[in-house]
Design a protein around this ligand. Sequence first.
Ligand SMILES: NC(=O)c1ccc[n+]([C@@H]2O[C@H](COP(=O)([O-])OP(=O)(O)OC[C@H]3O[C@@H](n4cnc5c(N)ncnc54)[C@H](OP(=O)(O)O)[C@@H]3O)[C@@H](O)[C@H]2O)c1
Length: 283
Amino acid sequence: MEYLTHKNEKIPLIGFGTYRMGENGRLSKGEKEAMAKGVESYGMTLIDTAEMYSNGNSETATGEFIGEYDRNRFFIVDKILPQNAEKGLYRECCKASLKRLNIDCIDLYLLHWRGNVDLKDLVCHMEALKNDGLIRHWGVSNFDIHDMRELFAVKHGKNCFCNQILYNLTVRGAEFDLIPWCRENGVLIMAYSPLCHTEKSRKALVSDDIIIKTAKSEGKTPESLALSFVIRNKDIITVFKTGCKEHLKTNMRNVFLPISDDDLSALSAKYNPPTHATELETL
Ligand SMILES: NC(=O)c1ccc[n+]([C@@H]2O[C@H](COP(=O)([O-])OP(=O)(O)OC[C@H]3O[C@@H](n4cnc5c(N)ncnc54)[C@H](OP(=O)(O)O)[C@@H]3O)[C@@H](O)[C@H]2O)c1
């Protein structure tokens, strides 16, 4: 694994997503094998979950999984739903998530998306959870640049650790302004759906001739090329989901080797970087 350091935290560049994992509260055999291999062979100790995922069952399954290891090896990311945040249920939701995860403290607690959440209220509650030791850091997800500016105008809003956003080879709009803004203002970007989320989109990407050719010339697989692209500057982290250890192996092949400038240009000729500001895409 390769790491970056953000606000004195050493964080793996690649972690596990748990959307649609542990749907009945336990990991399936394949999911458990994949996660165990991810931790043991690849150092994927960042796990991203949310109260929304399978109505809390992904948190429960994550908790059972990490319970077999030393808790301190992991960096656990969790998210509160905006509809709960709007009602001021931060503490109740955080405690319920902690219970399902069977841990004392969440490493990074995010607002899942903006919704109608009052940002002053958000910061106030998140800072209180931090001061009380229920979370170590807080952040946001799916915040566009205007949301980030608004957040930073709030007292202590600058304590936002991270913005988790949709970002991959096929969705590059954030490169225009949001990613540079976050870099300048010390907000870590965590890219979700680096493999395009749906089977149809992933298949379209990995069967594209340019991707196949570039992956081959870089000694990567199409999937590991897609991941390498997202983390290419080593200042953005990403989380992908797999419940299959063979897929995991495919995804991690030479993933930390840099992509050559020529190959990056070839990729950008097909998957264009943005030329103007666009609204942040979300799922
Ligand atoms: N904040 C947000 O709003 C938000 C939104 C979406 C996602 N997320 C987070 O980001 C994580 C990752 O995003 P994602 O789950 O949407 O999408 P993703 O990681 O881009 O893609 C996951 C899909 O790709 C498949 N896959 C992975 N490797 C494969 C391979 N080598 N060959 C074939 N299929 C492969 C997985 O199926 P298999 O299990 O069969 O491998 C799964 O269906 C989520 O799990 C979640 O934690 C956050």
